[in-house]
Design a protein around this ligand. Structure first.
Ligand code: UDP
Ligand code: MG
Length: 341
């Protein structure tokens, strides 16, 4: 009996966007791993992020057979960050582990994460030991991104760490307090802090389907990361402005002096034009950067919810173990977050 009180619940949070083909393999490999963890119950919180390939039906089929599998159906595709937020909000466990549906985050690592958590870590990060399964371009871009981000931002992102990690309940509650609607989860995870331990792992190639992150989407994610955690791109224009203005000032003095000494000189229209075009470009870049931030302020100011839930599916009969009371409280706590990635 005492065992039951001691036993902790572990929540796996999985976003699904058109993952029909990956679902059977995912549950086949994840459930035995979770069952092998001693003195712990578990739940799998599946968030259907507006899939249109029958993912929901597949998930419901599994949840009907296994009460530990819960399904949260969002009203449309809100993007991975929002889907993850939804899942983390719904999770009830003492530890929460976000994991991808495509088995790129190896389930075999879960017991290791749990072991480190039991040793006292509040956050256990799974860090990719290598990126050998990514293309050369993606690898280089990722490396460059971490460099740039960590240079620009006060908040340092640990390199090659994705969303796959274990978070204690206290960390999850802290995360829930962050009100921003534009969610850059990696950054938010890092921002909350807490005692953190790193576990390295090898990332596999996708087991089915294809990546939902095109180059353009990754670029936007990168912009989101930098603008969410650094204002340096905004401030740098002041210094650039000063620099250019002072150069222009001394150049002006030089021209006046030269005119006094050598008299009026007519040529120089080519250099004039090039300087004009150069500064036109610089100004446009500056305005663009300001626009990136203003656009984000605009989204935050509207205060729309991060996601909308169409329905929560859960087998009621067999869920005694999952504390129905706790769940009601969870439903009532209305969470709001952004619409777009
Ligand atoms: N995903 C999602 N909504 C989206 C895009 C992706 O819920 O709009 C989920 C997807 O189903 C998967 C996880 O996020 O479980 C990671 O996606 P993906 O494997 O495409 O990303 P990658 O591994 O290429 O970074
Ligand atoms: Mg993937």
């Amino acid at each position: 009996m005492i065992d039951q009180y001691d036993s902790k619940q572990i929540s796996l949070v999985v976003p699904f966007f058109n993952e029909r083909d990956a679902i059977p393999g995912f549950f086949k490999s994840v459930v035995p791993v979770l069952e092998s963890i001693e003195a712990a119950t578990f739940e799998i919180v599946c968030v259907n992020d507006g899939s249109n390939d029958g993912t929901l039906e597949k998930l419901l089929e599994i949840s009907r057979r296994d009460a530990r599998v819960r399904v949260i159906d969002l009203t449309r595709n809100f993007g991975k960050e929002a889907a993850l937020t939804a899942g983390i909000d719904e999770a009830l466990g003492d530890a929460v582990i976000p994991i991808d549906a495509d088995l790129q985050d190896p389930p075999s690592l879960i017991p290791v994460l749990v072991a480190r958590w039991r040793e006292g870590a509040e956050v256990v990060l799974a860090q990719r030991a290598s990126r050998s399964c990514d293309s050369f371009l993606k690898r280089t871009a990722a490396l460059a991104y971490y460099r740039v981000h960590n240079y620009l931002s006060e908040l340092k992102l640990p390199e090659n760490v994705g969303d796959f990690r274990l978070m204690d309940r206290v960390v999850v509650n802290a995360l829930k307090q962050l009100p921003e609607r534009r969610r850059f989860m990696k950054g938010l995870f890092a921002w909350v802090g807490y005692r953190t331990v790193i576990v390295p792992y090898e990332r596999e190639a996708r087991n089915a389907g294809h990546s939902k992150f095109s180059g353009w989407r990754l670029w936007n994610l990168a912009l989101e990361g930098i603008t969410s955690f650094s204002t340096l791109p905004l401030r740098v224009w002041t210094y650039l402005g000063f620099l250019i203005a002072s150069i222009a000032f001394w150049y002006g003095i030089f021209i006046i002096a030269r005119t006094i000494v050598l008299g009026v000189e007519v040529p120089g229209y080519a250099s004039l034009l090039s300087v004009l075009l150069f500064f036109g470009g610089v100004q446009l870049i500056g305005i663009g950067v300001v626009g990136e931030y203003v656009g984000r302020i605009y989204y935050e100011a509207k205060g729309r919810p991060i996601y909308l839930v169409r329905r929560r599916y859960q087998e009621r009969r067999q869920t005694g173990q999952f504390a129905a009371g706790k769940r009601v409280v969870n439903l009532a706590s209305v969470r709001r977050v952004s619409q777009e990635r």
